[in-house]
Design a protein around this ligand. Structure first.
Ligand code: ACM
Length: 265
């Protein structure tokens, strides 16, 4: 399977420009079976107030991002994961959607909100789940979900072969930590980060690029530069994530001791 990411500089509050960029980048990777875009890829990240979120948030399944992703999925015969601000009856969510060719759409709402996101977004209300796509079994998590290893572990236990990880990374160590998320769960992780900076109300955030794909055995299959737009597609075998055998005597799932992990829940 051909699996990749598109790293780019998202324009703050300019959905049309961002959808054009997504269109252009998807065309350059039209051979991909799965292409992952960053977190909040259609809106920008550092909202000043809820009015800004309100101006650009959209309903899952009915808004411009859902429509564009579904159209691109059909045009290129690829599955796409795209981060966007979601409008729901009970508020806003930092979400990403997965569009599969043929019109199927799935949604994930970020469950661990980072910093000022808590001012505008509600935390996701559903457990992370896995979708069967033509590219393999795909689980979604968003950016800061990485620092809670339970997120990736739950996805792996649900059968994910590939974890799509749209991001807007500002902390230093995520890319290194995602090595562990892949290795400790024996899954592919595709971290699609953005580049560029936002300078809003005196706050400057610089996004760290360096999007990457890590294999179930912990190899960095692809790494993007830190500051440039970059699209990468790699040939991967998702079934490599199916074996959890580590040594002749160790199986990652059989050797777990959930009876001794009570503190986790
Ligand atoms: C983040 O979760 N966007 C850092």
């Amino acid at each position: 399977m051909k699996i990749g990411f598109a790293q780019f500089d998202v324009a703050m509050l300019d959905r049309s420009a961002n959808l054009l960029a997504i269109d252009r980048l998807a065309a350059t990777a039209s051979e991909a079976d799965l292409l992952v875009f960053p977190e909040l890829a259609t809106s920008g990240y550092d909202f000043i107030d809820a009015a800004e979120v309100d101006a650009i948030a959209e309903t899952f399944g009915a808004g411009p991002t859902s429509e564009a992703a579904a159209r691109l999925a059909d045009r290129h015969g690829m599955s796409l994961v795209v981060g966007y601000p979601e409008r729901a009856p009970d508020g806003f969510y930092n979400s990403c959607l997965l569009a599969v060719p043929g019109g199927r759409l799935f949604n994930y709402r970020k469950i661990h909100l980072f910093s000022r996101e808590k001012l505008f977004f509600r935390p996701g209300d559903s457990p992370p789940s896995v979708v069967d796509t033509p590219a393999g079994r795909v689980g979604m998590m968003i950016c800061f979900d990485w620092i809670f290893p339970e997120t990736a572990r739950c996805l792996a236990l649900e059968g994910a072969q590939i974890i799509a990880h749209p991001s807007n990374l500002v902390l230093e160590w995520c890319q290194r930590a995602m090595f562990a998320r892949s290795a400790e769960n024996r899954v592919f992780t595709v971290t699609a980060n953005r580049i560029g900076a936002e300078d809003r109300a005196g706050r400057k955030l610089t996004f760290s690029g360096a999007s990457q794909i890590v294999s179930p055995s912990g190899e960095y299959v692809v790494r993007a530069p830190e500051t440039e737009e970059h699209v990468a597609v790699a040939e991967l075998d998702p079934s490599k994530a199916d074996s959890k055998r580590i040594t002749e005597f160790n199986d990652l799932w059989d050797d777990r001791r959930p009876d001794l992990y009570r503190r986790l829940s």
